[in-house]
Design a protein around this ligand. Structure first.
Ligand SMILES: [Zn+2]
Length: 252
């Protein structure tokens, strides 16, 4: 997964901008001095600010072909733009769907060729020649599909992290057993327990979370009742960036 630094910069800019907007929205929703009507009106009018000219109006994110563009949307507009070429990067899920469709198309071509031969619409020689062209193409596309699916599976299941995760869980079980077997009456027991917790258990729990989730953050979310806020632990086993893979060279 070759990620250009520019592409990451673009995604970070976009995520940071959207986070800020979401934060403003939450602040409006949490303001108890506002009526529901007023909250709705303010949220609808909400805009971010351009990072360069700091003017309201914010940024506009657009896509032109393979170019991702972030530009100032304030009025008047300043010259802030960030253009990155998404070029040969594509979302693996979209890619998979395209390749799977191509496999299906080739497979029905095989069936059609067989039927044409069977019903005498084509000669044996024609059918063989057509098969000779189809077979390697089907193999190439089939292999590509398998590789994509394997890669997708690895990313979403984080199977590369599984051995480290297993070790961390075993270490955690040992520390917990050590705590459980301690004599609470013994001198310094509380201090030892605290040390085990701070030095071993807490870092292990953190490590396990890092291995299991590509992104974890706590954010405050508004519940149905606007006066009430809930802390939500946001855990993402994989991030969008990780699903970006180089797309194949165009060969048709
Ligand atoms: Zn601007």
């Amino acid at each position: 997964m070759a990620e250009s630094p520019d592409l990451l910069k673009y995604y970070r800019l976009k995520a940071g901008y959207e986070d800020k907007l979401a934060k403003k929205k939450r602040a409006i929703m949490a303001d108890r001095t506002l009526s529901q009507e007023e909250k709705r009106r303010r949220v609808a009018r909400l805009t971010g600010r351009c990072p360069q000219c700091k003017q309201p109006g914010g940024l506009r994110f657009t896509r032109k072909g393979t170019q991702l563009v972030a530009a100032c949307a304030a009025s008047p507009q300043c010259d802030f733009t960030l253009t990155v070429d998404r070029g040969n990067e594509e979302n693996i899920r979209r890619l998979e769907a395209g390749v799977a469709g191509e496999v299906k198309r080739l497979e029905s071509d095989v069936i059609r060729t067989k039927l044409d031969l069977l019903f005498g619409y084509s000669s044996q020689a024609e059918a063989v020649a057509h098969f000779d062209g189809l077979r390697p193409r089907l193999k190439t596309v089939g292999d590509r599909l398998e590789e994509l699916r394997r890669r997708y599976w690895r990313t979403v299941t984080r199977s590369g992290d599984q051995p480290a995760l297993k070790t961390a869980r075993a270490d955690l079980a040992v520390s917990r057993a050590q705590l459980a077997s301690m004599d609470p009456e013994a001198a310094g027991a509380a201090r030892t327990a605290a040390a085990v917790y701070v030095d071993t258990i807490r870092p292990l729990v953190e490590k396990i979370r890092r291995l299991k989730y590509a992104r974890s953050a706590v954010h405050v979310e508004q519940s149905e009742d606007p006066a009430e806020e809930v802390d939500v632990l946001e855990l993402e086993p994989y991030t969008l960036d990780q699903l970006m893979v180089p797309s194949p060279p165009e060969d048709d």
